[in-house]
Write a new protein. Structure first.
Length: 465
């Protein structure tokens, strides 16, 4: 007698060579399904993807042949467990969780392997156009979408009763995930995604892209020769020499000893002037701290190189470094002949260092010294504004951001890391929600390009890759 249990087909779309980490992950998924979901019968199919649409059609056909109720379709570069667990983990509960939602087509959250590492979830802009969801649109729960990434989908097989075969075609205009979503909607079904579930997307160098690390690949979008030029360029050696000269500290180890100076800082109920006065304290120690902080973390160095490589030479650009500190990026761009305006609190040791350094090396820069209230930029318009590690230091960050957005030229860019800031509990930081920051950028017509770049233009329609 046949089993009365519902049937789930695990369909893997694979190239010829699959990474061992993926093989282990899928073996553990299969073991979990057999052990933890005894109410279902499971079937497995692995189809080579010389052409993706053919492999997906073959998987659907195989699922039909066994009379599957559900098809769990997953690509050969998706990781369910990104934490390298050895024992059981809730990461493999994904199929049960997706089934429990009782949706016709339901995906999960994962990001593109290549920069800008957008979430592979899409919203329809018009009949032939789609765009990726922004970070602020990802709700961390079950949400309706127009397209869910085909790299991980649970599909109720009943939809194929109303969709014509072949279910997927060549990707001339739309990718296979968009094709499925369009066919499903035309047949009266909906597409959903549980964005509380996140999978890793394995890069070719065996690094799984997740929400925790996707901003670490900023240099992927910089052309190789430009990346080599700026990565090889030594901006930190001369900076160290100037920092030691200015502070009087002996060497880099001495800088490290003066880095930990803050003690207890309670920003609650402080007036703006009291906050400003706090940043004027410990002038030499703050210079030391900013050098150590900006050279000790790989992401900080990569972000600096990304910004430097993003600004083209040949014609002087108008650039503002807002909350410049010791102005590593601002100084380097000014050296290259760009028109740089550095903005920070008047009288701070870091701003005084930057002014001293520009004078020492005869580098032309403009300085705006804040003494309170919003900055009046007059009729100034900027090609790029750098605001790294800045907005979280002011309670009126929305007003500051709106003011800056109004002074960025069409096609210009804002560089800010608040969508990926990972230390909200720092005593100097005010509350700033990452998703809300992205939303406020969009209100100012600053559209996300990657996790630190917002371009002032309309969002273009895109297809998932």
């Amino acid at each position: 007698m046949g089993s009365d249990r519902k049937k789930i087909f695990l369909g893997v779309v694979a190239y010829g060579a699959v990474d061992p980490e993926i093989l282990e992950d899928y073996m553990r998924l299969s073991f979990h399904c057999g052990r933890r979901m005894p109410e279902y019968d499971f079937f497995l199919g692995v189809k080579s993807k010389s052409e993706q649409f053919r492999a997906r059609n073959a998987i659907v056909d195989a699922a039909m042949k066994v009379g599957a109720d559900y098809l769990y379709m997953v690509d050969d570069d998706m990781l369910h467990d990104t934490d390298n667990n050895v024992g059981p983990t809730e990461s493999y509960d994904i199929i049960a969780k997706l089934i429990a939602h009782k949706k016709d087509v339901c995906g999960a959250l994962y990001y593109q392997r290549k920069s800008p590492h957008a979430a592979v979830l899409m919203r329809k802009v018009h009949d032939r156009g789609y765009r990726f969801l922004r970070d602020d649109e990802i709700e961390g729960k079950l949400q309706k979408v127009d397209v869910a990434g085909g790299g991980c989908l649970l599909i109720n097989m009943k939809i194929f009763d109303k969709i014509k075969s072949p279910y997927f075609g060549p990707e001339f205009e739309f990718g296979t995930d968009i094709q499925l979503a369009r066919s499903a909607y035309d047949a009266g079904f909906e597409v959903w995604a549980d964005t509380s579930i996140e999978l890793g997307h394995l890069r070719s160098e065996k690094v799984a892209v997740t929400s925790k690390n996707r901003h670490h690949s900023l240099l992927d979008t910089v052309p190789g020769e430009v990346r080599t030029q700026f990565t090889a360029g030594d901006i930190y050696g001369p900076l160290l020499a100037d920092v030691l000269d200015y502070t009087g500290y002996k060497d880099i180890d001495d800088l490290g000893r003066h880095d930990n100076f803050l003690g207890v800082w309670d920003k609650a109920d402080k007036t703006e002037e009291e906050v400003y006065e706090w940043y004027r304290r410990f002038p030499m120690e703050r210079v030391a701290r900013q050098y150590v902080f900006n050279t000790s973390y790989q992401f900080k160095a990569d972000a600096t190189m990304f910004i430097l490589a993003s600004v083209q030479d040949g014609q002087a650009a108008d650039i503002m470094d807002y909350g410049c500190g010791i102005g590593i990026t601002a100084f380097a761009l000014a050296q290259r002949g760009h028109n740089v305006t550095a903005v920070d609190i008047a009288g701070t040791g870091t701003l005084e260092f930057l002014k001293w350094r520009a004078k020492k090396h005869n580098v032309r820069m403009k300085f705006i010294e804040r003494t309170g209230g919003p900055v009046d930029y007059g009729t100034a318009a900027f090609d790029a504004v750098i605001a790294m590690d800045t907005f979280e230091h002011t309670p009126a960050w929305r007003e500051e951001l709106g003011n800056i957005a109004a002074h960025i030229k069409d096609g210009g860019a804002l560089f800010a890391n608040n969508a990926v800031l990972d230390d909200p509990a720092h005593p100097e930081h005010y509350e700033l929600d990452k998703r809300e920051f992205v939303s406020e950028c969009v209100k100012g017509n600053l559209m996300p390009y990657n996790q630190i770049t917002y371009v002032k233009k309309e969002m273009k329609c895109q297809e998932a890759q």
